[in-house]
Design a protein around this ligand. Structure first.
Ligand code: HEC
Ligand code: HEC
Length: 418
């Protein structure tokens, strides 16, 4: 039988099987048919006399092609948040492909004279390929059994007298050793977006009890935007057995530091995220904070001065209905922007630290900042009602390591951190 008929038959059978048993079957069948058509076209082409190419002719187009392709792969992989080692690996694959095609077009070697000669050639090729492979992979991060064993055999964490930064550092290590980074990013750090980015979500705004509960019993309350069937069951439920009391408390101390004084918290899955500014549940809760009925912020009532309907009850209190209000004149860090354009960080600073020598007190020294952010999200609706919004506020870019460090050195956080 003609070999072409066999090949086309095989492609047809495989694509048909694929189409029957795979959810992307139609795509597979389409690819199969495209392959067959290409095959026919190639068959129709008149056979050309094979021409030897010089080494330069061989790589003339391949080198610029691989350079451009490598750059594209690098950036696309980066855009999809692949870790850097994956990016390197993808580009390496493209380079392997380049070598392969270069080899295919290489000048024909002289015919071997004896059986031993071709065996030598085969072995030499194999040795060369293995040598390159081993040398290259040895440069990648290695699995070190001693290191891993030392980690396993390490005595369990005992906090004892450790406090402050040491506890936080120990908690970070617990986070790392328990592979939390495999599913959770913390701002710019971590491997995948399977679970919420605990940095931009600002898990540190939540109470210690809430955070502990979410680790020990993750099914109890689903993270917003992670309620699809796959994510619901993703977070492991064995941490209540794996973590000692001290490890858990160090872990929570670390998580409590994950905040951003310059942006509203972000919820949801990568690609479909939103900030608290546009979250109806948050705004509804913020209303109860603003009106003084939230049990967690007893004694705080923005409405007493700013008015339940946004009509100020106290002269001089900011009128949230007027989107063209400037920033207060009374603070040295004044920003020349109208209320509608205020950056998130300005809202946060004013409400947590107050306005000096006015009844607008530093509420952030008394009440948990989580609820103050929520009240701000609600206060904005007086001039920018949720129903009238044409678009959500853009999700801020994930802050960089330098920015996160800067918040601390610029003392943007309040002590104690509520
Ligand atoms: C296999 C993936 C995976 C691992 C490993 C994992 N998580 Fe999660 N985690 C998730 C997913 C998915 C969610 C969101 C769904 C949910 O709420 O259960 C989540 C939710 C959470 C939440 C709740 C967030 C919220 O919105 O309230 C916390 C806190 C958390 N994880 C902490 C941790 C810590 C700490 C570790 C390591 C000890 C860890 N996770 C390990 C997948 C993971
Ligand atoms: C005791 C009265 C009082 C309460 C309670 C109060 N405010 Fe104010 N607030 C004021 C006054 C007065 C000003 C104007 C300060 C000034 O002179 O610039 C103000 C100003 C502001 C400003 C504008 C700051 C600026 O840069 O101009 C914001 C934002 C604000 N308040 C939010 C809130 C929120 C949110 C709450 C509740 C968590 C709250 N306020 C509770 C009295 C109050």
């Amino acid at each position: 039988m003609n070999i072409d008929v066999v090949i086309i038959g095989l492609i047809l059978i495989l694509s048909a099987l694929y189409a029957l048993f795979n959810i992307f079957g139609v795509v597979g069948l389409g690819c199969g048919i495209a392959l067959i058509v290409t095959y026919f076209v190639l068959l129709k082409l008149r056979p050309q006399k094979p021409k030897e190419k010089s080494a330069f002719q061989n790589i003339k187009f391949k080198v610029p092609f691989i350079l451009i392709l490598g750059v594209i792969i690098w950036f696309v992989a980066g855009k999809f948040n692949f870790p850097i080692w994956w990016q390197i690996e993808f580009v390496a694959f493209a380079i392997v492909g380049f070598c392969f095609f270069t080899l295919l077009d290489w000048k024909t070697l002289t015919v071997e004279k004896s059986a031993s000669a071709w065996i030598m050639r085969l072995l030499a090729t194999y040795a060369l390929a293995s040598g390159i492979f081993i040398t290259a992979t040895a440069q990648l991060p290695q699995f070190d059994p001693e290191f891993e064993l030392a980690k396993l055999n390490k005595p369990p964490l005992v906090l004892g007298d450790a406090a402050g930064p040491e506890v936080i550092a120990a908690g970070r290590e617990v986070f790392q050793n328990n592979k939390c980074f495999n599913c959770h990013k913390v701002f710019w750090e971590g491997n995948s977006d399977r679970g919420p980015n605990l940095g931009t979500k600002q898990i540190g705004l939540y109470s210690t009890d809430y955070i502990k509960e979410q680790i020990l019993d993750p099914r109890k309350k689903q993270s917003p935007g992670f309620d699809d069937p796959k994510s619901i069951k993703a977070m492991p439920t064995y941490y209540d057995e794996d973590l000692s009391e001290d490890e858990l408390s160090a872990l929570t101390s670390y998580l409590k530091t994950l905040r951003d004084p310059t942006h509203m918290p972000v919820e949801g899955k990568f690609g479909n995220q939103w900030t608290w500014w546009d979250d109806p549940d948050i705004i509804a809760e913020g209303k109860t904070v603003f009106e003084g009925t939230h049990p967690a912020t007893e004694g705080l009532n923005c409405a007493v001065c700013h008015g339940k309907d946004g009509i100020p009850m106290m002269t001089g209190a900011l009128d949230f209905r007027n989107e063209n209000n400037p920033d207060t004149e009374k603070m040295p860090d004044r920003i020349d922007k109208l209320l509608k354009d205020w950056p998130d960080g300005l809202w946060y600073r004013r409400v947590t630290r107050g306005v000096d020598n006015t009844p607008m007190a530093p509420w952030g020294t008394i009440f948990e900042h989580q609820y103050l952010w929520k009240a701000e999200a609600y206060a904005r609706t007086f001039h920018d009602p949720l129903d009238n919004r044409t678009a959500k506020r853009p999700v801020p870019p994930v802050p960089t390591k330098e920015e996160v460090e800067k918040w601390k050195t610029d003392s943007l956080f309040l002590e104690p951190l509520l």
